[in-house]
Design a protein around this ligand. Structure first.
Ligand code: HOZ
Length: 431
């Protein structure tokens, strides 16, 4: 493919970064390891666009891995942040903004009666697991192959996202003793979950999952899967925990639990609720959350938790989302993108499958269907890498891994989608 793509400054900066930071990055998923080439270095973002340090412009479908659902650097978010900044950057003490965001989250998310703010999705998931164990007095948990719940030790078992991308699903440095209580099952396989409960009666604290998977690529739950998990967990006295770090406020205002009408006991959130600043949260039934210190004995803490700038960005972002028509719009443009990509793949002779729900989508180079991580791994990763590169060189920024979902935003218009599809047609025709 011949283009005039110039990334000279990106290359120079990344070469320096490689000497300064492991792999040149602050988080592995950014490193382009599985798609070839090297990461572009960003200079600025606005709306649906990114500009790199060489001044190339891209339409962005990563959205800083999820938070940018209103579009990057939304003027109202920036204005609110500027005003908040005048009051200081951190209090390490209660502030009324925490109450405001907590109330918005409690109103929106069906299972959440009380919430604790933390600083990332990883922190939310490791904390909620401790809470599940504290509440039930049981140690074992069930997670699903290819689901990613952050990088805490007990979740790095057959995990998705960066570890799947790098082929490191079980990381060295994680003590065996930490993961012996982590049982795994294939996603969408209720029978496998049932068998684990039968083999470990009275030992399983709960089931933890992405209700729509985004960390093995995009994989929706089969009909009845979430409902089946709800029934099984109730039958065995275990808790159900939806990790909605990706899906929360993205596939519906109330997340997957609103969309699918299945209410878990606990939920983790992140990404969107921070509006682009570092925030995570866990919440759920008040009787369970009352175990969290200082209300109860389960200890969990954080110097920057409930940070006023992060709360401000989250509040403004949820205000922008909580308007009539938001999710219909996101559904419409994302479906147009997803359907368009599949149609172009077919026309140009490539096996492909995929789909979308609201502002989240995915696309695999395999005939599919993809119900779980094993299915996702059948995708032609080499072809995905070449597709990714071709799109990048023509101004479309996709997640640099087959095992990540794509994200749209309120700033993406039909014109952006048309332009993306036009470029996808050029690239696929040459693959
Ligand atoms: N959790 C994000 C999507 N899988 C990526 C964040 C990261 O690992 O940098």
């Amino acid at each position: 493919m011949t283009t005039t793509f110039n990334t000279k400054k990106s290359e120079e900066i990344f070469a320096d970064a490689l000497k300064l930071m492991p792999g040149g990055v602050s988080s592995p998923v950014r490193a382009f390891k599985s798609v070839g080439g090297q990461p572009i270095v960003f200079d600025r973002v606005q709306g649906p666009y990114i500009w790199d340090v060489d001044d190339n412009q891209y339409i962005d479908y990563v959205g800083t891995w999820g938070p940018a659902i209103c579009g990057h650097a939304h003027p109202e978010v920036i204005a609110a942040l500027k005003a908040a900044l005048e009051k200081g950057t951190s209090f390490g003490a209660p502030c009324v903004l925490e109450n405001v965001l907590a109330e918005m989250v409690i109103d929106a998310v069906p299972c959440i009666e009380m919430v604790r703010f933390v600083n990332s999705g990883t922190e939310a998931c490791m904390s909620v697991l401790r809470l599940m164990r504290a509440f039930t007095g049981r140690e074992k948990i069930i997670k699903f192959e290819g689901c990613y719940h952050g990088h805490a030790d007990m979740f790095l078992v057959k995990a998705g996202s960066g570890v799947a991308t790098l082929g490191l699903p079980d990381s060295p440095g994680v003590p065996k003793s930490t993961t012996t209580s982590t049982l795994t099952a294939p996603y969408n396989d209720l029978e496998a979950v049932k068998a684990l409960f039968q083999q470990n009666p009275d030992e399983i604290a709960g089931v933890i999952l992405e209700p729509v998977v985004g960390n093995s690529g995009f994989i929706p739950p089969d009909a009845g899967f979430l409902e089946g998990l709800r029934l099984l967990t109730q039958e065995y006295g275990a808790l159900l925990m939806f990790d909605e770090v990706m899906t929360g406020f993205r596939i519906a205002y109330g997340g997957a639990q609103e969309k699918f009408g299945v209410t878990p006991d606990l939920t983790t959130l992140g990404k969107v609720i921070g509006g682009g600043l570092p925030v995570g949260a866990y919440g759920g039934r008040a009787d369970i959350m009352s175990m969290v210190a200082p209300a109860g004995p389960m200890y969990q803490a954080g110097t920057l938790s409930g940070n006023p700038l992060a709360m401000t960005a989250g509040i403004k972002t949820l205000e922008l989302l909580n308007k009539p028509g938001t999710y219909d719009y996101l559904e419409k443009i994302t479906k147009k993108l997803s359907d368009g990509l599949l149609a172009i793949a077919k026309e140009t002779g490539h096996e492909a499958c995929g789909g979308s729900i609201s502002a989240m989508f995915g696309f695999f180079f395999t005939a599919g269907p993809v119900h779980n991580y094993e299915d996702a791994k059948k995708s032609d990763l080499n072809k995905f890498g070449r597709f990714h590169r071709g799109m990048l060189e023509r101004g479309i920024y996709l997640a640099p891994s087959q095992f990540e979902a794509g994200f749209t935003s309120l700033a993406h218009t039909e014109e952006h989608i048309d332009r993306t599809l036009e470029i996808a047609r050029q690239v696929m025709a040459q693959l």
